[in-house]
Design a protein around this ligand. Structure first.
Ligand SMILES: Cc1cc2nc3c(=O)[nH]c(=O)nc-3n(C[C@H](O)[C@H](O)[C@H](O)COP(=O)(O)OP(=O)(O)OC[C@H]3O[C@@H](n4cnc5c(N)ncnc54)[C@H](O)[C@@H]3O)c2cc1C
Length: 429
């Protein structure tokens, strides 16, 4: 009997250490540091670097990576359990060396990078000496990469890149961008594009503005104009026309890592909700006694449990098959479920806290907006639901009959024929 929901005691000790460390040392950082990726901020560097060393000493640095790249190679289930803890604190991923989008970008460099790429970009990225950006979406289309227009043309031994990219998160702090460009305009739609490394300080990389989400005045999602940007020909990642395969390398892992961290965030909101209903009285009784409040507690708890099991089972399948493509349906299901659970739990917590809940003195209104972020970044929910449905339907066939194969009258007739002797004996007895 192989189903087992226990964590081995040795790893549980590490998780307990991480939970305490995140609560005591990491959570306060978000109130004194503006952005975890701002490598120019002296306060950030002074406070974060010693904590990163403590994580390394505990063997919990870059847990998404195998030993060949400097991580412990725990696999996705153990990573999931750790990420649940990290998700509860905004600065925890950078302290533990597993922050997006660097995690996905490092996977790309590890798979497709040359030795030069690895020395110049991957190693400093893994050491968090630099941070990176993935620059794919364009203003005229994000969910459909077939409409991308940014081109890269080979001139001598250089790519010359021209075009606009939108919502390139983190570009303002990044040392380099991984840019998806049309290099094969005459090829089939999914073979037109290639992935190219562009150092952010290359002339012609113009950040037109940094877009914020929700009420952010000062955002981190760059609108970039690539204006005759020249980079060496060997900055190409993978083969020409292979951008989709390269992108998949980062997206499979990236999507489930977001989901693991989301569990941590929703669990925290849930904890706050429970504390509130047991503290606040109205009309002579605790909120916890009101049935419609109880419904919010029950719905939120059930959603979190179901989502968590789906995420951990998907992580387990990735460990088992070692191939994201074989777990595509599950990852898409996780990605599509994540924004709904995040939204519903945050909205319940917001409502339960009343005016305090909607204010900027609690995290819930921001989380509601963040839930839409989760539903868009790495592809909209609708597209992932399409993937789930297509993959599910591969295991089914239609019928040529006029009625479904499980049509009750036909099943009944078949059963009566099959058991005719028994029925006849019983009637005649
Ligand atoms: C916070 C945040 C961070 C991001 N970071 C990055 C980043 O670092 N790098 C990067 O390249 N991109 C990034 N993105 C962009 C993200 O990948 C796109 O927002 C996403 O792919 C959707 O593209 P779009 O916004 O252009 O929406 P559109 O493609 O215009 O889609 C709009 C809406 O149409 C509907 N829709 C679209 N396709 C379908 C379909 N097939 N079936 C049914 N309905 C559909 C959905 O409701 C969808 O939300 C980020 C986005 C956000 C919100």
């Amino acid at each position: 009997m192989a189903w087992d929901f226990d964590t081995d005691p040795e790893y549980q000790e590490k998780l307990d250490w991480a939970a305490n460390f995140v609560r005591e040392e990491v959570e306060p950082l978000q109130y004194v540091i503006k952005h975890p990726n701002d490598m120019e901020d002296p306060i950030r560097n002074k406070l974060i670097k010693p904590l990163q060393q403590k994580v390394k000493d505990m063997g919990l640095w870059a847990c998404h990576l195998g030993p060949d790249l400097g991580g412990p190679g725990y696999g996705q289930v153990k990573l999931g359990l750790l990420n649940e803890i990290l998700g509860g604190a905004g600065f925890a991923p950078i302290v533990f060396g597993c922050q997006a989008p660097d995690t996905g970008n490092s996977e790309i460099l590890a798979h497709y990078g040359t030795q030069r790429h690895k020395d110049q970009y991957l190693q400093p990225l893994l050491n968090n000496e630099i941070v990176s950006c993935f620059s794919m979406t364009e203003p005229q289309g994000g969910a459909d990469p077939k409409v991308f227009k940014t081109t890269a043309v080979l001139e001598g031994d250089e790519w010359v890149i021209n075009g606009h990219k939108w919502f390139s998160s983190n570009a303002r702090y990044a040392a380099f961008l991984i840019v998806m460009c049309v290099t094969e305009p005459d090829a089939a739609p999914y073979n037109k594009m290639s992935m190219i490394i562009v150092p952010t300080d290359t002339p012609g990389v113009n950040i037109l503005r940094n877009v914020g989400i929700g009420g952010d005045e000062d955002g981190t999602h760059a609108y970039i104009h690539y204006d005759n940007v020249r980079v060496p020909a060997d900055n190409l990642l993978g083969e020409r026309g292979e951008a989709f395969a390269v992108a998949q390398t980062r997206l499979g892992g990236g999507r489930i890592h977001h989901a693991m961290r989301t569990i941590g965030q929703v669990q925290k909101s849930f904890d706050m909700m429970c504390e509130r209903v047991l503290s606040r009285e109205t009309q002579g009784e605790l909120l916890a006694k009101k049935q419609m409040v109880q419904e919010k507690i029950a719905d939120s708890w059930m959603d979190i449990q179901m989502f968590r099991l789906l995420v951990l089972q998907t992580a387990w399948k990735i460990d088992k098959y070692q191939d994201y493509m074989m777990v595509r349906k599950d990852i898409a299901a996780v990605k599509a479920t994540m924004p709904r659970v995040f939204h519903d739990v945050a909205a319940n917590a917001l409502m339960i806290h009343g005016s305090l809940g909607v204010s900027n003195e609690m995290p819930f209104s921001r989380q509601v907006i963040e839930s839409f972020h989760m539903g868009l970044a790495d592809g909209p929910t609708e597209v992932h639901k399409v993937t789930v449905a297509r993959q599910v339907l591969r295991d089914y066939n239609g019928t040529n009959g006029m009625f479904p194969t499980r049509h009750i009258p036909a099943l009944r007739e078949e059963a009566i024929k099959r058991f005719a002797d028994v029925i006849e004996d019983a009637v005649n007895a």
